[in-house]
Design a protein around this ligand. Structure first.
Ligand code: F6R
Length: 239
């Protein structure tokens, strides 16, 4: 596991964008799984700029998202799919891209989970999974207690997670579709981003204490190729 220490949020966003951009430029990845939330926002802004200014043929890259709130369709302004489109795909010419975004409003959610997995398999698996981390240790929406071998599934959101959902969501989502920990562990490379002191205790528990299903991110300890890009505040409890 390698750790890239950044001075602050902005530095983390820039370094994460550089990391993903280099992976794409050097042809090391052709399929990428992407998170939403506060942490990766600046990375998307930098990365979109880098891709736009490059000669890279982005149409050869497949993208999937990690998760989506149950009940929200892709065009719902509060959906993760919409957020990703707005922050990233629309900036790099999404129409030409191979993108699969989970549909939280699918009639048959089990089928939606299966189709996400099938799409990933057809893409040849995930080369690079970019992750954030919840303060309770969740990766994607694999909440504490989730077995490490799960595939894409429906997750009951933890109270710590629903508490962070803004009150502008009415009703507040209580479930999400999420890539499983098993699916994430099969990615060839994992990049985990973290910023801010609220993430410091969980970064310590996830990566400096023995793995436990109660800290889902600790599953990454068994992965052969994990890079953590985090700012000083998020790393302040880590050696
Ligand atoms: C969202 C996701 C989540 C977030 C995590 C951290 O797609 O996968 O695991 O990465 O909840 O969220 P922020 O970045 O808002 O602190």
């Amino acid at each position: 596991m390698s750790v890239i220490r950044c001075s602050d949020y902005s530095d983390m966003g820039r370094r994460a964008a550089d990391y993903v951009f280099d992976m794409i430029r050097c042809n090391r990845v052709s399929s990428v799984a992407l998170p939403t939330g506060k942490t990766p926002r600046l990375m998307y802004a930098f990365l979109a700029g880098q891709l736009r200014c490059s000669e890279i043929d982005i149409t050869r890259i497949s993208f999937v998202n990690l998760d989506e709130y149950v009940g929200l369709a892709n065009d719902h302004p509060q959906s993760f799919a919409y957020e990703l489109q707005k922050q990233f795909f629309s900036k790099i010419g999404m129409k030409q891209l191979a993108v699969r975004l989970l549909n939280g409003a699918a009639q048959d959610l089990s089928l939606e989970c299966r189709q996400h997995e099938e799409w990933i398999a057809r893409a040849g698996g995930i080369d690079l999974a970019v992750l954030g981390i919840g303060s309770n240790g969740h990766i994607a929406f694999n909440e504490p207690g989730t077995p490490f071998n799960t595939r894409t599934h429906i997750s009951d959101l933890a109270v710590a997670t629903t508490d962070r959902i803004p009150s502008s969501y009415a009703p507040k989502p209580s479930r999400a579709i999420t890539l499983g920990i098993g699916t994430i562990l099969e990615a060839r490379m994992v990049l985990l981003m973290a910023s801010g002191e609220e993430k410091a205790p969980i970064i310590r528990r996830a990566f400096h204490e023995p793995p436990s299903v109660f800290v889902p991110a600790s599953a990454l300890q068994s992965h052969p190729c994990v890079t953590i890009i985090a700012d000083r505040s998020a790393l302040r409890e880590s050696r």
